[in-house]
Design a binder for this molecule. Structure first.
Ligand SMILES: Cc1cc2nc3c(=O)[nH]c(=O)nc-3n(C[C@H](O)[C@H](O)[C@H](O)COP(=O)(O)OP(=O)(O)OC[C@H]3O[C@@H](n4cnc5c(N)ncnc54)[C@H](O)[C@@H]3O)c2cc1C
Length: 400
């Protein structure tokens, strides 16, 4: 059977326009600011430029001003946007807004879409996703969820503490995961709520100092204290929060992979550019065996990541949950992009460590990806359980 991996012509054109936009408009601004968006003014400037270039919000449907790309289309375009740390923000496809838009498009009511999705897709507001809690609360084990939503007349009262909430500072609203049934440790019983940032019960706390700095507005502590919301704030159905989280998390894991794959490719281009012109010991660096090995290993990691992402995206586009393929692609890509950036930095020697190229910044940015969206260990644990479960079912007919 022939396998055609070529992108649809429209998608290929959009990817090309995105690559050109990133090269000509975004990278100069990125280099000027060391890879970190310095202000809301620059965010707005980048997004207006993306709108003018016709590459803005490619993931949302045309009804919300986008190009309606499926997951395979996103894989091609997001990688091009990710070639710069600032590309995803410019296109309005950065985390957490991009994942929130996806989830709102799939599960929100028409009124919720009008109120939250439309301005978010237009880049008029930002949002955050509040699930993780300080220990002993929810982290890699979502069942540990402690933030609680209690029934009150006409709605719910939310109480609890979250942390590492990306973009919470300046977000217009949060999608909050809270327990509506059971106790911490119980499976299920969570609900998602849309909470406006001006709710007097929602408090933005400290900015957590972190290794990475390029995800816009940083990572924050957020407290919900007597935070009362109406019934219309429930996103999806009560007690179905974990099911809806999967609607967001599977695709969001892949879009993170796509964006970071763009940075891995950029790191490889920087390193190859250097190795092709630097001479050591009477030879081009690019002609020395150990340097060639690093260049080749980078190429292998980049191509293997792309193939795994495409496989998972194809399954998601078929309406499958793609649990194993998403875990495999996320684990491999998050580790591969770190290896690629690390080797690129090594090939560039002291230049790689310097601020004259952004490789040191890239290294800091890709490292946390092995932890968020599920640490590598959690994904390996889940892959192994599925593999063993399939084996037991196939050999004994029993459910594992
Ligand atoms: C930069 C960044 C941005 C983030 N943004 C957000 C956000 O916007 N919203 C949000 O809700 N959360 C966010 N998070 C939180 C993120 O989702 C959590 O860090 C992640 O789920 C892991 O939870 P934890 O940090 O509590 O680690 P823990 O659950 O305490 O796990 C610690 C370690 O235990 C190990 N481990 C886990 N499971 C297993 C296993 N089954 N077997 C063996 N070892 C295991 C892993 O090595 C793991 O790193 C962000 C985190 C980071 C670093």
């Amino acid at each position: 059977m022939a396998v055609d991996l070529a992108a649809e012509p429209e998608v290929a054109k959009l990817a090309e326009r995105t690559a050109q936009f990133v090269r000509e408009v975004v990278i100069p601004i990125e280099e000027e600011h060391g890879g970190v968006v310095p202000s809301e003014e620059v965010r707005v400037q980048l997004q207006s430029a993306a709108r003018e270039a016709g590459v803005f919000a490619p993931h949302v449907s045309p009804e919300y001003g986008g190009h309606g790309l499926d997951m395979r289309g996103r894989a091609v375009v997001f990688e091009e946007a990710g070639y710069s740390l600032l590309g995803p923000l410019a296109l309005n496809i950065a985390a957490p807004d991009e994942g929130n838009m996806h989830m709102l498009e799939v599960i929100a009511t028409e009124e919720q879409k009008r109120r939250y999705l439309a301005p978010l897709a237009a880049g008029e507001i930002r949002s955050c996703f509040a699930m993780t809690e300080p220990a002993p609360g929810a982290g890699s084990d979502p069942d540990a969820l402690r933030t609680r939503a209690t029934r009150v007349p006409g709605g719910w009262r939310i109480d609890g503490k979250k942390w590492f909430i990306t973009g919470a500072d300046g977000a217009a609203f949060a999608i909050v995961m809270a327990r509506t049934a059971g106790e911490p440790g119980d499976r299920g019983g969570a609900t998602m709520f849309l909470v406006d940032a001006d709710n007097p019960g929602m408090h933005i706390g400290r900015h957590i100092p972190t290794l990475d700095e390029s995800l816009y507005a940083g990572h924050l502590e957020v407290t919900f204290d007597n935070c009362v919301v109406g019934d219309e704030a429930v996103l999806g159905e009560v007690d179905q929060g974990y099911r809806y989280a999967q609607v967001r998390l599977g695709p969001a894991r892949m879009t993170h992979c796509m964006r970071w794959l763009g940075i891995a490719r950029r790191a490889q281009d920087i390193a190859v550019g250097w190795a092709a012109k630097r001479h050591v010991f009477g030879s081009r660096l690019a002609d020395l065996g150990m340097a060639q090995q690093m260049i080749a290993d980078n190429e292998i990691d980049i191509r293997a990541s792309r193939a795994l992402i495409m496989q998972a995206c194809w399954e998601l586009d078929q309406g499958q949950t793609a649990g194993t393929s998403v875990s495999v692609a996320k684990t491999f890509t998050s580790e591969a992009v770190f290896r690629v950036v690390d080797r690129a930095l090594q090939l560039c020697g002291s230049l790689g460590v310097s601020g004259d190229v952004l490789l040191g910044r890239f290294l800091r940015e890709v490292r946390p990806f092995r932890i968020y969206d599920g640490p590598s260990e959690t994904h390996r644990w889940s892959i192994a359980r599925r593999v063993v479960g399939r084996h037991v079912a196939a050999t004994t007919g029993e459910k594992a």
